[in-house]
Design a protein around this ligand. Structure first.
Ligand code: SAH
Length: 261
């Protein structure tokens, strides 16, 4: 069992929300940490592992509204310098979006030892919910992870991604800009698109549509992720309009349809 060491910062992935999808290493570190600095998307059931730690929400949405990235760096450095075992807990995988690069640069510059503990990223939770391999060789030769159009400082690159399954994090409430960008890349209107809202959580929802219809999909509860690609095509895809499928996540994490709206 890994115990959190003094004066060290651990960048830990909390997984997509189901506490059973936390790694054992993450659970052990949480159980032995002194301080946990976490993002908004980390659920209470995961934080419950941090039985002895001071738990601070440094998320930018419902946490401390004005906390800057630099303040987060300063908190991590100060706590580690005081000899505390610090966990920087991020949803999904800690290195997929979410500014971990800047945080590690700050720790390096301050001479603070750190370790990264990977987690299950939202793309993989969404693929599991759909029961679709993102790399199914019959429909894709690669996978791309990108940030939605609205994300500050990021844009979808019109790269040559023919044959790639696209996974778009932070797609935004209004899907029109993302739809326009994908169309500008020359992707066909009938390309299957799926939005998975709150993947691996009890209120997970799946909406299947096509690129041509994407912008008509009303926003779903956050967080949600958009997938686009041939690997998502189903036999009845020519009938698609955007049907929400609510699913529950059973204890074995196998989603089971409970209703169709
Ligand atoms: N590090 C995280 C991503 C952080 S960016 C990871 O690896 O998953 C935040 C975005 O991740 C959200 O806007 C959403 O697009 C996606 N996301 C995170 N958790 C999700 C979930 N349970 N279901 C769907 N999307 C999720």
């Amino acid at each position: 069992m890994t115990a959190a060491g003094p004066g060290t910062v651990y960048l830990v992935g909390a997984g997509p929300g189901d506490p059973e999808l936390l790694t054992l290493k993450a659970a052990h570190l949480l159980a032995t940490a002194d301080v946990v600095l976490h993002d908004d998307l980390v659920p209470a059931a995961v934080l419950a592992h941090a039985a002895h730690a001071l738990v601070i929400n440094v998320g930018k949405r419902c946490g401390r509204k004005n906390i800057s990235q630099e303040q987060i760096h300063a908190m991590m450095i100060e706590e580690a310098r005081h000899g505390l075992a610090v966990i920087r807990l991020k949803s999904g995988d800690p290195l997929v979006f979410g500014r971990a690069g800047e945080e590690m640069d700050a720790l390096r510059a301050a001479g603070i030892p750190f370790e990264v503990v990977p987690g299950i990223t939202a793309a993989f939770a969404a693929a599991a919910a759909l029961g679709r391999p993102l790399t199914d060789r019959r429909g894709a030769s690669s996978v791309s992870f990108s940030a939605g159009h609205h994300a500050p400082g990021s844009q979808l690159e019109p790269a040559s991604l023919a044959g790639a399954t696209r996974v778009i994090y932070m797609p935004g409430r209004d899907l029109l800009p993302v739809a326009e960008q994908l169309r500008a890349e020359g992707l066909p209107g009938e390309l299957p698109c799926v939005i998975v809202s709150r993947a691996a959580q009890p209120d997970q929802q799946i909406v299947r549509t096509t690129l041509a219809q994407l912008e008509r999909i009303a926003s779903l509860p956050a967080p949600s992720i958009l997938l686009a690609g041939e690997v998502l095509r189903e036999a009845d895809d020519n009938q698609l309009t955007g049907i929400a499928e609510s699913v529950t996540v059973s204890p074995t994490n196998q989603p089971q349809p409970v209703q169709a709206e």
